[in-house]
Design a binder for this molecule. Structure first.
Ligand SMILES: [Zn+2]
Length: 411
C-alpha cells in the first residue's frame, strides 16, 4: 500500500468514526422526549406558557354599558368587517347595548372605496356612522414602483384637496392618515416620504378650510422601535409579530417621526389634528401634555391605549382632567363586546388591577390596569361632547340617537 493510499484509509476511518458518533448523537437526541417547559416539578418556564392567575381580591364594578352616550372616533368598519351586512347588523346591536351612539369609520379611501364604504354603512345606518376619507397616495401607480405613484406627480396635493372638498359635499367628516405615511410610503429615490414633506401642505390646509379634522397615526408604541431582546417590555407580543417592529436603520427614529408630525400640526394652526392613540406617546404623558400646551389645534384619542393609560392611572387621570376639552374616545374596533365593557370599567370605576383585554395572553404588554374613575363631566366630554364640537355630522346624529332612546324609555 502506498503512503498516499494509507493516508486516504486513515482519513476515511476518521471520517467514519466521526460520522458514527454524530449519527449516534442525533439518534440519541431524537429518541429523548423534549421536556415541556411548563415550570412544573422544577422545570424552566417558557414565557409563552406563563398564565398567572392573580390572587388579588379587590372590589369589582363590571360595566356592560357606558354611563353616557358614546361617540367612538376611531373604528375600521372596512378593514374589520369587509362588507359583511350580517357583521354590521351584529355590531350595531352591540352599539345599542353599550350606549354607543355613533362610530367614525376611518376607512374611506379616495381610491374609489369611499363611496362603496358610505353605501355599506349608510344603506341602513346613516344615523349611526360618520366616515373619514384617506389620501390615495398610489393612484394608478404600481405598488412596488414608488416613482409611478400619484403622490409624486405635479399638482397631486391640489387635486387631493379638490377630491376632499367633493367628499365633504357628499357627507365625509374627516381625513385619516395611516402609519404607513412615515413608515412605508417611498419617494422615487427609495427614501421614505417624510411626514412633514411640504408638497402635501395644501392637503392639510384644505382640511382646515373645509372644517374637517385630520386624525393622524404617526409612529407606534415605543417598544416597537427597540430591539426585540430580553429588555423589550413588549417582547412577548413582538415575538409573535416580529413584522410589527420598526427597529433598525430601515426606519426613522420614533422621535423623528413624531417631531415631523408636530411640525405639520404647527404649520397649520387652522386645521384641527387628532393625534391617534394618545398622539402615539402614551408612554410619556408629560410630553403629550407639552404638545397639547404648544399646539391648541391638537386633540388626542384613546384607541388601543387603555393598556398604557391604565398602568399609570394617577398620571393619566390628571392629564385627562386637565385637558378634558381636548380628549376623544376611540377603540380601534370593532372589537368583541367584552373589550367595550373593559373600556367603560376603565374610565368609569376605580377598580384595581384588571385585564385591559379579553385576550389571553394580554396583547399589548403583560400587565394589568387600574380604573380612572373620571367625574361625570369629564366622561361626557370624553365620550361625546368634544366629538360633537370637532367632527362634522356627529352632533346631529347624537341628537337623533338621544331622541330615539328617550322614545324607547317612554312608550
Ligand atoms: Zn386604527
Amino acid at each position: 500500500m502506498t503512503i498516499v493510499a494509507k493516508i486516504w484509509r486513515m482519513k476515511f476511518q476518521a471520517f467514519l468514526t466521526l460520522f458514527l458518533i454524530f449519527q449516534g448523537a442525533v439518534v440519541a437526541q431524537d429518541t429523548s422526549v423534549p421536556e415541556p417547559l411548563d415550570g412544573r416539578e422544577g422545570r424552566e418556564l417558557l414565557l409563552k406558557n406563563f398564565r398567572p392567575r392573580p390572587q388579588l381580591k379587590v372590589a369589582e364594578h363590571l360595566r356592560t354599558k357606558a354611563a353616557f352616550p358614546v361617540v367612538d372616533v376611531h373604528t375600521h368598519f372596512f378593514y374589520k368587517l369587509r362588507s359583511s351586512e350580517q357583521a354590521l347588523d351584529d355590531y350595531v346591536a352591540v352599539m345599542d347595548r353599550n350606549g354607543i351612539a355613533v362610530c367614525a369609520s376611518l376607512d374611506g379611501s379616495l381610491n374609489g372605496r369611499l363611496e362603496e364604504h358610505m353605501k355599506f354603512l349608510w344603506g341602513k345606518y346613516k344615523e349611526r356612522f360618520v366616515v373619514f376619507a384617506n389620501v390615495d397616495w398610489r393612484g394608478d401607480g404600481t405598488e412596488d414602483d414608488p416613482a409611478s405613484w400619484a403622490c409624486h406627480r405635479a399638482g397631486f396635493a391640489e387635486r387631493t384637496a379638490r377630491e376632499l372638498a367633493a367628499a365633504v359635499e357628499s357627507g365625509v367628516s374627516g381625513l385619516k392618515l395611516f402609519k404607513r405615511f412615515g413608515l412605508e410610503y417611498k419617494n422615487p429615490d427609495g427614501s421614505l416620504i417624510r411626514v412633514d414633506d411640504t408638497r402635501f401642505d395644501p392637503i392639510w390646509q384644505a382640511c382646515g378650510e373645509l372644517g374637517i379634522p385630520v386624525i393622524i397615526h404617526t409612529a407606534d408604541p415605543a417598544a416597537f422601535f427597540d430591539p426585540i431582546d430580553e429588555t423589550n417590555e413588549r417582547w412577548e407580543e413582538l415575538s409573535r409579530h416580529p413584522d410589527w417592529s420598526f427597529h433598525g436603520e430601515n426606519y426613522p427614529s420614533r422621535s423623528e417621526l413624531l417631531e415631523a408630525r408636530n411640525r405639520v400640526i404647527g404649520r397649520h394652526p387652522k386645521t384641527k389634528f387628532i393625534g391617534a392613540h394618545v398622539a402615539n406617546h402614551s408612554e410619556d404623558l408629560r410630553v403629550v401634555s407639552g404638545w397639547l400646551d404648544k399646539y391648541p389645534n391638537l386633540y388626542i384619542e384613546t384607541a388601543s391605549r387603555i393598556s398604557e393609560l391604565g398602568r399609570q392611572p394617577f398620571t393619566a387621570r390628571n392629564v385627562l382632567m386637565q385637558y378634558a376639552d381636548r380628549i376623544l374616545f376611540g377603540t380601534d374596533g370593532p372589537w368583541p363586546e367584552a373589550r367595550l365593557h373593559i373600556n367603560w370599567r376603565f374610565f368609569e370605576t376605580s377598580d384595581e388591577s384588571f385585564a385591559y383585554s379579553e385576550k389571553v395572553p394580554p396583547p399589548q404588554g403583560m400587565w394589568q390596569i387600574h380604573g380612572l374613575n373620571l367625574p361625570d363631566s369629564v366622561l361626557q366630554q370624553l365620550y361625546c361632547e368634544n366629538a360633537c364640537r370637532l367632527i362634522p355630522g356627529v352632533k346631529a346624529r347624537l341628537v337623533k340617537y338621544l331622541q330615539m332612546e328617550s322614545e324607547e324609555v317612554q312608550p
